[in-house]
Design a binder for this molecule. Structure first.
Ligand SMILES: [Zn+2]
Length: 352
């Protein structure tokens, strides 16, 4: 593969464009322009919440915020007049009168242990409910997280040899740019071929270099007992996040349905209550389609969320199984950006 400065420039360029849009939106929002864009409220996505430990190669930096930023984000939303609700309250809330203050619902994907360690104290301090989306295969240690495996593997090596489908090739990994370029190539491979096979191949590659994908899961993800302890807290609830964390839209219908059901079964054994909420893995347009929204609804989920950005403005009677969320991104940890996102203005600007 070409030594790629382009992906990195692209990613820096994208970050500059996003922060620019957020700055403009925060100004417009503060000036009271574009009212109504915020809809009825917003659902926020978080992954890791932990103090940042800088590493030379951090391809998943966007999936990590500091507990202090979570605290500031909640304070900012309070100042902006938001009320905090649990995700499973949304159907009743959206059925109710439309003149209520805007709501904010917090969600955390994958079941990272730092959610209990670092996010829970912040949520408790502010009495903010939250939903953790549990991926059964991670919690039961039967599946790995290829993005974390690759961060560890590519961070440690100077070069790597892999067959992306057109014969073996060697990628140089001496600089952060080269490492990021390789990470992007692996991610594209996962998202464009049979995902289970791609993830298994990355797992074998990692093992051959002494990186254990399931060891990483063990270190990062809460097991069943930890999740049970977490939901003893009345602020915490659990939702489903599939069995294997694959893009459901690329599976056959029976497999996609089984992924949803098996993760809901698991949550039900932990909480004695079947979850009514679901988060689609990745949540991008390529990973979740109208079919999954229909399936989720048929399987009894009341609320299912994507990672496609937007505020919540449902039509009456619309199923709530393809809702947008706002990601609190590790690259943009400023309280005014939270206001800007929740204002819905960035998405209005984009649509024009
Ligand atoms: Zn996930």
């Amino acid at each position: 593969m070409k030594d790629g400065i382009k992906p990195l420039l692209r990613s820096y360029g994208k970050q500059a464009a996003i922060s620019g849009a957020l700055e403009v939106s925060s100004l417009l929002g503060a000036a009271g322009l574009l009212p109504g864009a915020r809809g009825r409220g917003a659902v926020f996505t978080l992954h890791h919440v932990r103090p940042h430990l800088p590493r030379p190669f951090e391809p998943n930096r966007h999936l990590e915020i500091a507990p202090e930023f979570l605290d500031l984000a909640i304070r900012q939303l309070k100042r902006d007049g938001y009320v905090f609700v649990a995700l499973d309250e949304l159907p009743a809330l959206l059925d109710g009168p439309g003149n209520l203050p805007p709501f904010a619902a917090f969600t955390l994907d994958d079941g990272n242990r730092n959610n209990a360690e670092h996010a829970l104290p912040v949520f408790e301090r502010h009495q903010v409910p939250f939903t953790v989306f549990v991926c059964r295969g991670l919690s039961e240690r039967t599946h790995g997280m290829w993005w974390e495996t690759l961060a560890a593997l590519l961070g440690a090596l100077d070069r790597v040899t892999f067959d992306f489908g057109q014969g073996e090739e060697t990628l140089e990994l001496r600089t952060p740019t080269q490492k990021q370029s390789a990470f992007d190539a692996f991610a594209a491979y996962v998202h464009s071929t049979d995902e289970a096979e791609a993830v298994a191949a990355i797992g074998r590659l990692a093992q051959s270099h002494g990186v254990d994908p399931l060891g990483i899961v063990e270190r990062l993800i809460m097991d069943g007992d930890e999740l049970k302890r977490l939901v003893e807290n009345p602020l915490a609830s659990l939702g489903a996040h599939t069995l294997s964390h694959r893009a459901l839209a690329r599976l056959c219908e029976a497999e996609a349905a089984a992924e949803m059901v098996l993760s809901a079964d698991y949550v039900a054994t932990l909480t004695d209550r079947r979850p009514s909420t679901l988060a689609y893995p990745y949540g991008t347009p390529g990973a979740v389609s109208k079919r999954e929204a229909r399936l989720a609804s048929e399987l009894g989920f009341k609320v299912a969320v994507t990672t496609q950005p937007g505020t919540i403005s449902p039509e009456p009677g619309m199923p709530l199984t393809h809702l947008p969320r706002l990601s609190l991104n590790g690259h943009f940890q400023k309280p005014r950006y939270v206001s800007a996102l929740a204002s819905g203005i960035p998405f209005r600007l984009k649509a024009r």
